[in-house]
Design a protein around this ligand. Structure first.
Ligand SMILES: Cc1cc2nc3c(=O)[nH]c(=O)nc-3n(C[C@H](O)[C@H](O)[C@H](O)COP(=O)(O)OP(=O)(O)OC[C@H]3O[C@@H](n4cnc5c(N)ncnc54)[C@H](O)[C@@H]3O)c2cc1C
Length: 357
C-alpha cells in the first residue's frame, strides 16, 4: 500500500513541502495536508494592518498550489501515536505512516483575552481589526499589551492606520520591558519612533481590562475602546501528544523525542538542542531538512539531516511611517532602506508560493 505522509497545519515549512510535493510522489508516497484555512504570512501582517498593503496581501491559499497532494479543510483534534491515527474536528479518522506538525502558536491564556482583548494571533484577526478601525474612521482609543517586537509593531501599525484615516493617533503600548532581548540602540530607536508616530509607551503591565478601562495597577488606568494582547505565545498542538506550552520537544532531525515517525517544526515545536524564539524564519529555514527527513522516514530509510538554526537573524519591524527598524544580533538601524528590504524579502517569500499557481 502507498505510504502516507500527513502534514498538519499550513505553516511556513509545510508551504514549502507542498511546493515540493512532486518529490514525495517521486518517492512513491502520498501527501495530505490537513488545515482549516489559508496560510497567513506574519511578515506582511502589520503592513496589512496599517493599510500600507492590500487586505489579502498576507494570505495564500494552499489549496490553489499545483502539485500532487490532497488538502483536507479540517482541524485535527487528536493524535493517537500508538495507532498512528488522527481524529479530525468533524469526527473523521485518518491514518498516517509519517506525521508532520506545523500548527503554529496562539496568545497564551490571559485574563485580558477573557475580558475581550483581541489576540495578536492568529494573524487573520489583524485583518479583521483593520476593518473595525476603518469603519470607525480611526477615531478609537487603542492599546496594545506586551511591548515585545510583535506588540511594538502592531502599536506602530495601528497608529499609522489612524493617521492614514485622517484621525489623531490614540495609542498606548504597555509592557514592563520594551523589546526584551534586543540591543539598547534598538530600544532608543523604538522610543524615538513611538514619540514621532503618536504612540505613548507605558512601561507597566496591563493587569486588567474592565468597563472600558485598562488597569496598570497602582491605580493607574486609561480609557480604551480596543485592547490587543501581544503577551506571549503557546504552541498549538492537537490533543494526545505529551507536550507543554512551549511545544512538542524535537531532536535535531525535527522528530519528536517520543516517536520517530512524528515530526514538528516552527512555533509548535521546541528544539531541545537549539532553543530559539518563536519566529517564522526558523520554520522557513527548517523546511528543506524537514522535507528530506519526512521522505526518508516514510521510505523506511534511517538517514536523517540535522537542523541547526542560525544564532543570529535579521528582524525588521515596519514602523508605519515609511521606515523600518532593523536588528541583526547587536546591530540596530532605522530608515527607509530597512523597510524597502523588508518589503522585498516578504514579496519574494510570497511570490515563491504564488508563482506556482
Ligand atoms: C503581528 C506579527 C508579526 C510577526 N512578524 C514576524 C516577522 O516579521 N518575522 C518572523 O520571523 N516572525 C514574525 N512573527 C512570528 C510569526 O507569526 C510566527 O513565528 C509564525 O507564524 C510561526 O509560523 P509556523 O510556520 O510555525 O506556523 P503558522 O504560519 O502560524 O501556521 C500554522 C497553521 O496551522 C494551522 N493549524 C493550527 N492548529 C491546527 C490543527 N489543530 N489542525 C490543523 N491545522 C491547524 C493554522 O490554521 C495555520 O494555518 C510575527 C507574529 C505576529 C503576530
Amino acid at each position: 500500500m502507498t505510504r502516507q505522509v500527513v502534514l498538519v497545519g499550513a505553516g511556513h515549512a509545510h508551504m514549502e513541502a507542498l511546493r515540493q510535493s512532486q518529490r514525495f510522489a517521486n518517492a512513491g508516497l502520498s501527501l495530505i495536508l490537513i488545515d482549516p484555512g489559508a496560510f497567513w504570512y506574519s511578515g506582511a501582517a502589520t503592513g496589512v494592518l496599517s493599510g500600507a498593503l492590500a487586505p489579502d496581501a498576507a494570505r495564500l491559499n494552499p489549496a490553489e498550489m499545483a502539485g500532487p497532494f490532497l488538502h483536507v479543510r479540517q482541524r485535527v483534534r487528536t493524535v493517537e501515536p500508538k495507532t498512528k491515527t488522527l481524529r479530525l474536528e468533524d469526527g473523521l479518522e485518518l491514518s498516517y505512516d509519517v506525521l508532520s506538525l506545523n500548527t503554529g502558536s496562539h496568545i497564551s491564556e490571559t485574563p485580558l483575552l477573557k475580558a475581550g482583548a483581541i489576540p495578536a494571533k492568529p494573524v487573520s484577526a489583524l485583518a479583521a481589526l483593520r476593518a473595525t478601525v476603518e469603519t470607525a474612521g480611526g477615531r478609537l482609543r487603542l492599546a496594545v499589551a506586551g511591548a515585545g517586537a510583535t506588540g511594538l509593531e502592531i502599536a506602530l501599525s495601528l497608529a499609522s492606520l489612524q493617521r492614514r484615516l485622517g484621525a489623531q493617533p490614540q495609542m498606548i503600548l504597555a509592557g514592563t520591558t520594551l523589546l526584551p532581548g534586543w540591543p539598547d540602540k534598538a530600544r532608543d530607536l523604538a522610543r524615538d519612533a513611538m514619540a514621532r508616530c503618536g504612540v505613548e509607551y507605558v512601561p507597566q503591565r496591563v493587569e486588567d481590562l474592565s468597563m472600558g478601562l485598562i488597569h496598570f495597577g497602582q491605580r493607574k488606568i486609561a480609557p480604551v475602546d480596543i485592547l490587543v494582547a501581544a503577551t506571549g505565545l503557546s504552541a498549538n498542538l492537537p490533543e494526545g501528544l505529551d507536550a507543554g506550552e512551549e511545544g512538542l520537544p524535537v531532536n535535531e532531525d525535527l522528530s519528536w523525542t517520543g516517536d520517530g515517525t512524528v515530526f514538528a517544526v516552527g512555533d509548535c515545536a521546541r528544539m531541545l538542542d537549539h532553543p530559539r524564539p518563536k519566529l517564522g524564519v526558523f520554520g522557513v529555514r527548517a523546511a528543506p531538512i524537514l522535507i528530506q527527513n519526512l521522505i526518508n522516514a516514510a521510505g523506511g530509510r534511517t538517514a536523517r539531516r540535522r537542523y541547526t538554526p542560525q544564532s543570529r537573524w535579521l528582524s525588521i519591524l515596519d514602523v508605519g511611517d515609511g521606515t523600518g527598524l532593523a536588528r541583526y544580533g547587536e546591530l540596530a538601524y532605522q530608515g527607509k532602506p530597512a523597510l524597502t528590504l523588508k518589503r522585498w524579502l516578504d514579496g519574494r517569500f510570497l511570490q515563491r508560493y504564488r508563482v506556482e499557481n
